[in-house]
Design a protein around this ligand. Structure first.
Ligand SMILES: [Zn+2]
Length: 164
Protein backbone atom coordinates (compact mmCIF):
# COMPACT_ATOMS: atom_id res chain seq x y z
CA UNK A 1 0.00 0.00 0.00
CA UNK A 2 1.39 3.37 -0.98
CA UNK A 3 0.99 6.60 0.87
CA UNK A 4 -1.45 8.93 -0.79
CA UNK A 5 1.04 11.75 -0.64
CA UNK A 6 2.88 10.17 -3.55
CA UNK A 7 2.29 12.23 -6.63
CA UNK A 8 1.04 9.52 -8.95
CA UNK A 9 -1.48 8.37 -6.36
CA UNK A 10 -2.86 11.87 -5.98
CA UNK A 11 -3.39 12.53 -9.62
CA UNK A 12 -4.57 9.10 -10.74
CA UNK A 13 -8.21 8.25 -10.81
CA UNK A 14 -9.41 4.77 -9.80
CA UNK A 15 -6.95 2.01 -10.08
CA UNK A 16 -8.49 -0.58 -12.32
CA UNK A 17 -8.02 -3.30 -9.70
CA UNK A 18 -10.46 -1.67 -7.32
CA UNK A 19 -13.32 -2.45 -9.71
CA UNK A 20 -14.76 0.94 -8.86
CA UNK A 21 -15.79 2.43 -12.17
CA UNK A 22 -16.29 1.27 -15.72
CA UNK A 23 -13.42 2.76 -17.71
CA UNK A 24 -14.47 6.18 -18.98
CA UNK A 25 -15.06 6.47 -22.70
CA UNK A 26 -11.92 7.45 -24.53
CA UNK A 27 -11.44 10.80 -26.12
CA UNK A 28 -11.09 14.45 -25.29
CA UNK A 29 -12.58 17.53 -26.86
CA UNK A 30 -12.01 21.24 -26.42
CA UNK A 31 -14.79 22.94 -24.45
CA UNK A 32 -16.43 25.49 -26.78
CA UNK A 33 -16.61 28.00 -23.94
CA UNK A 34 -13.33 27.80 -21.99
CA UNK A 35 -11.23 26.02 -24.65
CA UNK A 36 -9.88 23.54 -22.10
CA UNK A 37 -9.78 19.84 -22.87
CA UNK A 38 -12.85 17.99 -21.66
CA UNK A 39 -13.34 14.27 -21.13
CA UNK A 40 -15.98 12.11 -22.76
CA UNK A 41 -18.81 10.92 -20.50
CA UNK A 42 -21.03 7.86 -20.65
CA UNK A 43 -24.62 8.21 -21.78
CA UNK A 44 -25.77 6.67 -18.50
CA UNK A 45 -24.16 9.50 -16.55
CA UNK A 46 -26.31 12.06 -18.35
CA UNK A 47 -29.34 9.80 -18.19
CA UNK A 48 -28.96 9.67 -14.43
CA UNK A 49 -28.12 13.31 -13.68
CA UNK A 50 -29.98 15.50 -16.16
CA UNK A 51 -33.34 17.01 -15.34
CA UNK A 52 -36.30 15.37 -17.06
CA UNK A 53 -37.05 18.45 -19.14
CA UNK A 54 -33.49 18.53 -20.48
CA UNK A 55 -33.57 14.81 -21.14
CA UNK A 56 -36.72 15.09 -23.18
CA UNK A 57 -35.12 17.79 -25.33
CA UNK A 58 -32.25 15.51 -26.33
CA UNK A 59 -32.46 12.72 -28.87
CA UNK A 60 -29.69 10.73 -27.21
CA UNK A 61 -27.16 11.08 -24.43
CA UNK A 62 -24.25 9.70 -26.40
CA UNK A 63 -21.16 11.65 -27.36
CA UNK A 64 -21.16 14.28 -24.65
CA UNK A 65 -18.07 15.73 -22.95
CA UNK A 66 -17.72 16.99 -19.39
CA UNK A 67 -16.00 20.33 -18.70
CA UNK A 68 -14.45 20.47 -15.24
CA UNK A 69 -13.09 24.03 -15.45
CA UNK A 70 -14.33 25.74 -12.25
CA UNK A 71 -14.89 29.12 -13.91
CA UNK A 72 -16.68 27.70 -16.96
CA UNK A 73 -20.46 27.45 -16.85
CA UNK A 74 -20.52 24.63 -19.39
CA UNK A 75 -20.99 21.25 -17.71
CA UNK A 76 -21.65 19.01 -20.72
CA UNK A 77 -21.38 19.72 -24.42
CA UNK A 78 -21.80 17.95 -27.73
CA UNK A 79 -21.33 19.87 -30.96
CA UNK A 80 -23.52 22.97 -30.58
CA UNK A 81 -25.41 21.66 -27.56
CA UNK A 82 -24.25 23.09 -24.22
CA UNK A 83 -25.67 21.95 -20.91
CA UNK A 84 -25.13 23.92 -17.71
CA UNK A 85 -25.89 23.57 -14.00
CA UNK A 86 -29.52 24.45 -14.78
CA UNK A 87 -29.85 21.23 -16.77
CA UNK A 88 -28.64 19.02 -13.93
CA UNK A 89 -30.53 17.64 -10.97
CA UNK A 90 -27.40 17.69 -8.77
CA UNK A 91 -25.03 20.53 -7.89
CA UNK A 92 -21.77 20.27 -9.81
CA UNK A 93 -19.38 20.65 -6.88
CA UNK A 94 -16.28 21.44 -8.90
CA UNK A 95 -17.72 24.57 -10.42
CA UNK A 96 -17.08 27.94 -8.77
CA UNK A 97 -19.63 29.00 -6.16
CA UNK A 98 -21.16 25.52 -6.03
CA UNK A 99 -22.94 24.85 -2.77
CA UNK A 100 -22.56 22.28 -1.43
CA UNK A 101 -19.23 21.79 -3.19
CA UNK A 102 -19.66 18.02 -3.35
CA UNK A 103 -16.59 16.10 -4.47
CA UNK A 104 -17.54 12.51 -3.68
CA UNK A 105 -21.10 11.82 -4.74
CA UNK A 106 -21.11 8.16 -3.73
CA UNK A 107 -20.44 8.84 -0.05
CA UNK A 108 -21.27 12.52 0.09
CA UNK A 109 -18.03 14.31 0.93
CA UNK A 110 -17.69 17.98 0.12
CA UNK A 111 -15.08 20.73 0.15
CA UNK A 112 -16.97 22.14 3.14
CA UNK A 113 -16.30 18.92 5.10
CA UNK A 114 -12.60 18.96 4.18
CA UNK A 115 -12.36 22.64 5.12
CA UNK A 116 -14.04 21.97 8.47
CA UNK A 117 -11.74 19.02 9.24
CA UNK A 118 -8.61 20.97 8.43
CA UNK A 119 -9.77 24.00 10.37
CA UNK A 120 -10.73 21.99 13.44
CA UNK A 121 -8.22 19.16 13.41
CA UNK A 122 -5.49 20.37 11.11
CA UNK A 123 -5.92 17.30 8.96
CA UNK A 124 -8.58 15.26 7.22
CA UNK A 125 -9.17 11.56 6.66
CA UNK A 126 -11.67 12.10 3.86
CA UNK A 127 -9.45 10.50 1.24
CA UNK A 128 -8.86 7.41 3.41
CA UNK A 129 -12.55 7.27 4.35
CA UNK A 130 -13.58 7.26 0.71
CA UNK A 131 -11.04 4.58 -0.17
CA UNK A 132 -12.28 2.40 2.68
CA UNK A 133 -15.90 2.83 1.63
CA UNK A 134 -15.02 2.10 -1.98
CA UNK A 135 -13.75 -1.27 -0.80
CA UNK A 136 -16.52 -2.09 1.64
CA UNK A 137 -19.55 -0.56 -0.05
CA UNK A 138 -18.49 -0.10 -3.65
CA UNK A 139 -19.25 3.06 -5.56
CA UNK A 140 -21.42 4.27 -8.41
CA UNK A 141 -19.46 7.15 -9.87
CA UNK A 142 -20.87 6.67 -13.38
CA UNK A 143 -24.38 7.48 -12.28
CA UNK A 144 -23.78 9.78 -9.31
CA UNK A 145 -20.76 11.94 -10.11
CA UNK A 146 -21.26 14.55 -12.87
CA UNK A 147 -17.77 13.70 -14.13
CA UNK A 148 -18.90 10.12 -14.55
CA UNK A 149 -15.68 8.99 -12.94
CA UNK A 150 -13.81 8.49 -9.73
CA UNK A 151 -13.53 11.45 -7.36
CA UNK A 152 -10.21 10.58 -5.72
CA UNK A 153 -8.15 12.88 -7.91
CA UNK A 154 -10.52 15.78 -7.24
CA UNK A 155 -10.55 15.06 -3.50
CA UNK A 156 -6.75 14.93 -3.29
CA UNK A 157 -6.52 18.21 -5.20
CA UNK A 158 -9.07 19.89 -2.95
CA UNK A 159 -7.26 18.74 0.22
CA UNK A 160 -4.02 20.14 -1.16
CA UNK A 161 -5.65 23.45 -2.07
CA UNK A 162 -7.48 23.81 1.23
CA UNK A 163 -4.40 22.84 3.26
CA UNK A 164 -2.24 25.40 1.48
ZN1 LIG B 1 -15.50 24.74 -20.29
Amino acid sequence: MQFFTKKEEQTSSCDTNSGCCTPAPKGKMECPQCKQKAKAVLAKTLDSLLKDETKSSLESFDGFYYCKTPTCSTVYFRDKTILTQDDLSVVVGLKDKASPATLCYCFDYSKEKIYKDIKEKGTTTVLEDIKTKMKTQGCSCETLNPSGGCCLGDVAKAIKEISA
